[in-house]
Design a binder for this molecule. Structure first.
Ligand code: SAM
Length: 285
């Protein structure tokens, strides 16, 4: 917890492993009805958002997570017009999805308005104006309720949630994934934040077990985000379409046509991200 080591933010997400981040300045520390929000400044990572003391995103390395979670499904799909983001309150995922001129509409369902409001103020480099984009429809609601009750269909669904504790717990259930599948348009792709495989393997296995029952094509892909300690993090991938069969030449053409400048994602990294080391592959059912 933040108070255990004065001057340090201590992440206690994992039972046997703690991440300590020196607090240059504490810019914000408050509780909403859902969670404790903190923004601290750190010399290595810049501004850091924590929710219930778990690192959510940092100015320094957020590009890795947001680029890989947004561009991988959108470029694999090739004709994504409608994108749904569950969570994503800091605005980084919406920023990356909206960089695609081909994306006509992004619905973002965030449970905690407090995260959106203070991210705009304290972490403006994450959203970079995404909240003002006329293509964005921001819905303040529980993503599980939206997924159950919405009649909309989406080409890409990105579950950019916190870890499966507290308000996010419902976003890691078979029921939620079943509703998400019904929200996918033909050929649509669902991607999910599934934590660091070495430390949260059971979370990945549970999601993959649900995806195996729901989708013709299910797997995960990897990226290493320095502030998510413990090695590569996994992104769940589920679709009934052929998006994952998209070849390198096509990805390169789409990437070029999108005119994206990125600091992590490339078409080559995209394809390599699906090559799973043995210890991760063995977590898949
Ligand atoms: N990049 C981060 C990570 O990998 O952990 C996630 C960032 S984003 C801040 C996570 C967001 O999920 C938070 O804004 C949180 O409020 C939101 N969230 C948690 N549970 C939710 C739910 N049931 N419905 C919608 N949003 C939810």
């Amino acid at each position: 917890m933040a108070d255990e080591m004065p001057g340090w933010s201590v992440e206690t997400l994992h039972a046997d492993y703690r991440l300590c981040l020196r607090e240059g300045r504490v810019l914000y520390d408050s509780k909403t009805e859902h969670q404790r929000l903190r923004v601290i400044e750190n010399d290595s990572f810049g501004r850091i958002l924590t929710l219930d003391d778990a690192v959510q995103t940092t100015e320094g390395d957020e590009f890795i997570y947001h680029e890989m979670m947004a561009h991988t499904p959108i470029l694999a799909h090739g004709a994504a017009r409608r994108v749904l983001i569950i969570g994503g309150g800091d605005g980084g995922m919406a920023r990356e999805a909206l960089r695609h001129d081909s994306v006509e509409h992004v619905t973002m369902v965030e449970i905690d308005a407090g995260v959106v409001e203070f991210s705009k103020k304290y972490l403006p480099t994450l959203s970079q104006g995404a909240f003002d984009d006329k293509r964005l429809n921001l819905v303040i609601a529980d993503g599980a309720d939206f997924m159950r009750e919405s009649g909309d269909r989406f080409d890409v669904i990105i579950v950019d949630s916190t870890d499966p504790v507290g308000p996010s717990e419902v976003l890691f259930t078979d029921t939620f994934y079943g509703h998400a599948r019904r929200r996918l348009a033909e050929g649509g792709v669902l991607v999910t934040q599934n934590g660091v495989a070495y430390l949260q393997g059971e979370e990945l296995t549970n999601t993959m077990r649900a995806f195996k029952a729901l989708f013709a094509d299910w797997t995960c892909y990897l990226a290493t985000v320095p502030s998510y300690v413990g090695g590569p993090m996994a992104f769940g991938w589920g679709t009934d379409g052929a998006a994952r069969q998209t070849d390198l030449a096509t990805l390169r053409a789409r990437f070029k046509a999108a005119g994206l400048t990125t600091r992590y994602y490339t078409p080559e990294v995209h394809l390599a991200a699906f090559a799973l080391p043995g210890y991760v592959a063995r977590l898949l059912p």
